[in-house]
Design a protein around this ligand. Structure first.
Ligand SMILES: NC(=O)c1ccc[n+]([C@@H]2O[C@H](COP(=O)([O-])OP(=O)(O)OC[C@H]3O[C@@H](n4cnc5c(N)ncnc54)[C@H](OP(=O)(O)O)[C@@H]3O)[C@@H](O)[C@H]2O)c1
Length: 349
C-alpha cells in the first residue's frame, strides 16, 4: 500500500517531465535499459513520438533488429534519417519498416506471418500505435476505430506472433510484451460491460472512446498474465504502461480534430509541463526490457499502479477478450478465421 504522500509524489512523477519524475517511489531511466545484443523487437508506431523514443533507445542498447509497423512512409523515412544521423547508418539499417494500418486486421495478420517467416526469435513486442482523443468512427469492418486499432488489431498481432515468442522463451529468454495504455482509462464510462458489438459501437465522445480503448490494454495484460504467463509460459510476460503526459503529434495536433479550439489548452497551454518523447518512453522501456512481472499496470518511471476499479476487474477482462475473439472471428471469417487464425491459442487457454 502506498502512503498518501507517496501517492501524491507518484502522481506528479508519473505525469510530468523534468525533476518531477525524481519524486516517484520506483526509479528507472533509459540508461538502465540492459544490453539488448542479439534481441529482436516489433514496435507498432515505432516511427514517431513515444514509439520512436523506444526504437531509438533499443538501437542505442545494441538490439539486433526492430520491425516497425506504421502507416506513413514519410514519417518512417524521417525516423531512419534521424537514427542514421544520431547513432550511425548501421543502427538505422537494423530497422525494417512494414507498412501496416493496425486497424486493417488482415494486413496485421499478413505482417505477423511475414515476421514469423523472417525471424527465428522475438524478444520484445511493443503494442504502441493508437488513435488518440479523437471523434467516433467505424472501420470498414464496422467496428469502433478506437477499439479496432488500439486494442483488437494489437490482439491479432500478438496472437499471431505468440508461437514465435513462446519458442524464444523456451530457448531460455525472457520475452516481454508491453501495451501502451494510459491514465485516460479513467474516462471509460462506469457502465462498460463489453457485452456485444452494439455496446462497442456506441459513440461515447472523444475521451470516453479513447479511454475505453486504453482500459482494454490494461485488461488484456491482466488476462494474458492469467491465461498465458501463469498457464505454462512463465517467461512470456505482458504488462500495460502509462507514458505520462507527453509532447507528441497526438497531444499537439490530433487533439484539434475533436476540439478545434478547446484543444489549445492541451496542445499549447500544457506544453511546458509535458514530457519529451524520451521521458515518455521510460515506463515502456522498463516493461519491454527489464521487468520480471506480468499483468501489471506500470506508470512512469516504473511504478506498479492498480488503475481504476474497472482496470482491476478480471471478469470484465474475460468478457473483453471473449468479445474481441467473437468480433474478430465474425468480421474476418473468410480472410482469417477459416485459415487457421490462432485465436483459440490465446483466448481459451
Ligand atoms: N502523448 C501522450 O501524452 C500519451 C499519453 C498516454 C498514452 N499515450 C499513448 O502512447 C502511444 C503513442 O502515442 P504518441 O503520443 O507517441 O503519438 P504519436 O506521436 O502521434 O505517434 C503515433 C504513432 O502511431 C502510429 N500510428 C497511428 N495510427 C496508426 C495505425 N492506424 N496503424 C499503425 N500505426 C499507426 C503513427 O504512425 P504514422 O505516422 O505512420 O501514422 C506513429 O508512429 C499511444 O498508444 C497513445 O495512446 C500517449
Amino acid at each position: 500500500m502506498q502512503s498518501a504522500i507517496d501517492t501524491i509524489k507518484n502522481t506528479i512523477g508519473e505525469n510530468f517531465g523534468g525533476a518531477a519524475q525524481k519524486l516517484s517511489t520506483h526509479q528507472f531511466s533509459l540508461d538502465d535499459v540492459p544490453d539488448l545484443t542479439g534481441k529482436v523487437a516489433v514496435v507498432t508506431g515505432g516511427s514517431e513520438g513515444i514509439g520512436y523514443g523506444c526504437t531509438h533507445t533499443m538501437l542505442k542498447h545494441n538490439i539486433a533488429k526492430i520491425y516497425i509497423l506504421s502507416v506513413s512512409e514519410e514519417v518512417v523515412k524521417g525516423a531512419k534519417n534521424a537514427i542514421a544521423e544520431d547513432l550511425g547508418q548501421e543502427a538505422a539499417n537494423k530497422t525494417q519498416w512494414l507498412q501496416c494500418d493496425v486497424s486493417d486486421w488482415t494486413r496485421v495478420k499478413d505482417m505477423a506471418e511475414q515476421i514469423k517467416k523472417e525471424s527465428n526469435r522475438l524478444d520484445i513486442l511493443i503494442n504502441n500505435a493508437a488513435r488518440g482523443i479523437m471523434t467516433y468512427q467505424l472501420t470498414d469492418y464496422g467496428v469502433d476505430r478506437h477499439m479496432a486499432l488500439n486494442h483488437m488489431g494489437h490482439v491479432i498481432l500478438t496472437s499471431h506472433l505468440l508461437p514465435l515468442m513462446k519458442r524464444t522463451a523456451e530457448q531460455g529468454n525472457v520475452v516481454r510484451i508491453s501495451n501502451q495504455a494510459s491514465n485516460a482509462h479513467q474516462a471509460t464510462p462506469s457502465d462498460t460491460k463489453f457485452e456485444n458489438l452494439e455496446e462497442l459501437n456506441r459513440d461515447l465522445g472523444p475521451n470516453g472512446q479513447y479511454g475505453r480503448s486504453k482500459l482494454a490494454g490494461i485488461l488484456y495484460a491482466r488476462y494474458f498474465n492469467r491465461h498465458v504467463t501463469q498457464a505454462g509460459h512463465p517467461n512470456v510476460l505482458m504488462n500495460a504502461t502509462h507514458p505520462g503526459f507527453v509532447s507528441t503529434k497526438m497531444s499537439k495536433d490530433d487533439i484539434h480534430e475533436p476540439y478545434p479550439l478547446g484543444g489549445y489548452a492541451m496542445s499549447v497551454g500544457f506544453e511546458p509541463f509535458k514530457k519529451d518523447q524520451w521521458d515518455g518512453a521510460v515506463s515502456t522501456m522498463f516493461a519491454a526490457t527489464a521487468t520480471d512481472k506480468s499483468g501489471q499496470y506500470i506508470c512512469p518511471p516504473a511504478v506498479p499502479e492498480s488503475g481504476n476499479e474497472l482496470a482491476q476487474d478480471d471478469k470484465l477482462a474475460d468478457r473483453l477478450m471473449q468479445l474481441t475473439r467473437q468480433v474478430v472471428m465474425e468480421k474476418t471469417k473468410r480472410q482469417s478465421a477459416d485459415q487457421g487464425c490462432p485465436f483459440d491459442d490465446l483466448v481459451f487457454h
